[in-house]
Write a protein that binds this ligand. Structure first.
Ligand SMILES: Nc1nc2c(ncn2[C@@H]2O[C@H](COP(=O)(O)OP(=O)(O)OP(=O)(O)O)[C@@H](O)[C@H]2O)c(=O)[nH]1
Ligand SMILES: [Mg+2]
Length: 199
């Protein structure tokens, strides 16, 4: 190729559309926390489908568009023996969503241990963390301030994190949660597109 055609080619390349990047949201948490219900809610599934969700056996992936971003949501099982497979999804994660059942005070210590383990992994060291204090519609749900203490979130240091009360089943607090999700993608990946408005 001549020098001239090389230069023309590189000039034209400036105008070619880059393939759109897809961002990975990894949804973790203990079994029964509400991860699949959340994923179905974000994916705008029907009420009937959302209310007939059963425990996850295989991980599921949903590709969708959220606030102008192309997103892949990974929802994995929180059953004890399946937690050993979580690490296989760390490498690609851009945002980690950790769902807790706010009504299950007894299992918050277990959730804290699992979360600690997850956050110790080097592959997630730069990944923003969104904690969802789910099931706020249910009687006895603990507020996010108490869950923050019980999970030891104030000791997270420099990591970008946020805790949000929500009800995946009642569709409450999901939009505001995802606002953190998308903003943290923009911040952590230096994504150059304009920030979307969140109306
Ligand atoms: N009251 C209430 N129940 C919820 C909420 N979110 C989920 N649930 C219920 O909690 C139960 C477990 O929900 P799942 O979404 O299957 O939980 P999961 O975290 O995916 O569980 P695994 O797949 O076993 O890891 C279901 O009966 C849901 O209907 C919520 O916001 N409020
Ligand atoms: Mg599930």
């Amino acid at each position: 190729m001549s020098n001239l055609s090389k230069r023309v080619n590189s000039f034209l390349a400036l105008f070619r559309k880059k393939p759109e990047q897809e961002f990975n949201l990894l949804i973790l948490g203990l079994n029964h926390a509400g991860k699949t219900t959340l994923a179905a809610r974000i994916g705008s599934e029907s009420e009937e489908a959302i209310r007939s969700i059963t425990p996850t056996t295989n991980q599921t992936e949903k590709h969708l568009r959220f606030k102008k971003l192309k997103v892949c949501m990974r929802d994995v099982s929180g059953q004890w023996r399946m937690r050993q497979t979580w690490h296989t999804y760390y490498q690609e994660a851009n945002v980690l969503i950790f769902v807790v059942d706010s009504t299950d005070a007894f299992r918050l210590a277990e959730a804290r241990c699992e979360l600690c383990d997850v956050l110790l992994d080097e592959r997630l060291s730069e990944v923003p963390l969104l904690i969802l204090a789910n099931k706020q519609d249910a009687l006895g749900a603990l507020p996010s301030a108490i869950i923050t203490d019980l999970l030891g979130l104030r000791q997270l240091g420099g990591r970008l994190w946020h805790i949000q009360e929500c009800s995946a089943l009642g569709n409450d607090g999901i939009d505001v949660s995802m606002k953190f999700g998308t903003e943290s993608i923009y911040i952590s990946s230096n994504y150059t597109f304009p920030m979307p408005d969140h109306q």
